[in-house]
Design a protein around this ligand. Structure first.
Ligand code: TRP
Length: 334
């Protein structure tokens, strides 16, 4: 059976961008693959090292969001990154196989550094060793379970490319050890924000969280960007520039052809259209939120799931690392 490894940083609750960007794929794929899903607390600490409580709290939130969204703990091993020390060991070995200049060229890292001026300085001059190197530890996450498939959003592709380079180099120097991992992108690898931004992202403050209440969703949808040329409610408009229409499509509104026609003919007011979208989003979120409430009320069950997922991952990582040490001639007392 092929092996999947993927996960998310424990920096906040998951939102629709995560769902359509990647979660949806993971939920579908978990039945046919040996699936490992990590909650990346070590990686979250690379830029939140002074706020360990935030990371700790969000490990739990992300676990709840995974279970709520439909990751089935009978199918997938959900685990906590820091509890797999083999990853830290492999990160050290991998760090010899990547140049510092290559890490500096990673576009996702560059973008993130530019966003975190307070932490890393105006020109990234205070970037830490840990943050620069997190793609190396991400490669180790993947290789530690010898995964060959990595379902992720578009922003993760540069990290995957880097992981592939490292793994290939390892195999060349020390002998065939790892699968070269492939990214798996969803139909919509990047979800736009209701504010018209190219990306739904916490740092842009434009997210609809899987756990948002109707009131929160309504507030966000009501302020969504629509066709600026439309002034009055019966003006004809262009749905292609309207974020409400974009989200109607995303939510697979069965009435989508009418939405488009009525909008173009000036038969559909924006407030009405937004109310319909709020309803559709809440309908979509309802089963997710119901499962979330189930697990919120059973913290021991969540803890057990994380513990078992972590133990299963550790078992696999120990097997893989045994081979790594043999291939690297580090198997001293075996
Ligand atoms: N970088 C990912 C994120 O920002 C989280 C992550 C850590 C990851 N290790 C991984 C994703 C390995 C896929 C594979 O959410």
């Amino acid at each position: 059976m092929e092996t999947i490894l993927t996960g998310d940083r424990a920096t906040g609750r998951l939102h629709l961008g995560h769902y359509f960007g990647s979660l949806e794929n993971r939920i579908k794929m978990q039945y046919n693959y040996d699936t490992y899903i990590l909650i990346a607390d070590v990686q979250a600490l690379t830029d939140n090292f002074s706020n360990p409580k935030k990371v700790r709290d969000n490990v739990y939130e992300v676990a709840l969001d995974y279970l709520a969204a439909g990751i089935d703990p009978k199918q997938a091993h959900i685990y906590i990154q820091s509890l797999i020390p083999e990853t830290a060991e492999l990160t050290v070995y991998f760090s010899n196989l990547v140049s510092v200049s290559r890490l500096f060229r990673n576009p996702t890292t560059k973008f993130e550094v530019a966003q975190k001026k307070e932490l890393f300085g105006n020109n990234g001059e205070s970037i830490t060793y840990g943050f620069l190197g997190y793609p190396v530890s991400q490669a180790a996450d993947i290789a530690c379970v010898n995964a060959n498939l990595v379902p992720v959003g578009e922003d993760q592709l540069p990290h995957l490319e880097q992981a592939r380079e490292i793994v290939r180099k390892f195999n060349k120097i020390y002998g065939e050890t790892f699968n070269v991992p492939e990214p798996v992108l969803s139909k919509n690898p990047r979800i736009k924000g209701l504010d018209g931004n190219e990306k739904m992202s916490k740092s842009l403050n434009n997210c609809i969280y899987l756990s948002d209440s109707e009131e929160e969703v309504a507030k966000k949808v009501m302020s969504a960007v629509t066709d600026p040329a439309k002034i009055k409610k019966d003006d004809p408009a262009n749905p292609d520039v309207c974020m409400v229409y974009y989200y109607h499509k995303l939510m697979k509104n069965p009435n989508i052809d009418n939405v488009c026609k009525e909008c173009k003919n000036g038969q559909r007011g924006c407030v009405f259209c937004k109310r319909e979208l709020i309803n559709n989003i809440m309908q979509f979120l309802e089963p997710i939120q119901e499962r979330r409430r189930y697990y919120e009320n059973r913290p021991e069950e969540v803890e057990k799931i994380l513990k078992e997922g972590t133990e299963a991952t550790r078992k696999k990582a120990m097997e893989v690392m045994k081979r790594v040490r043999e291939h690297m001639k580090l198997d001293y007392f075996e």
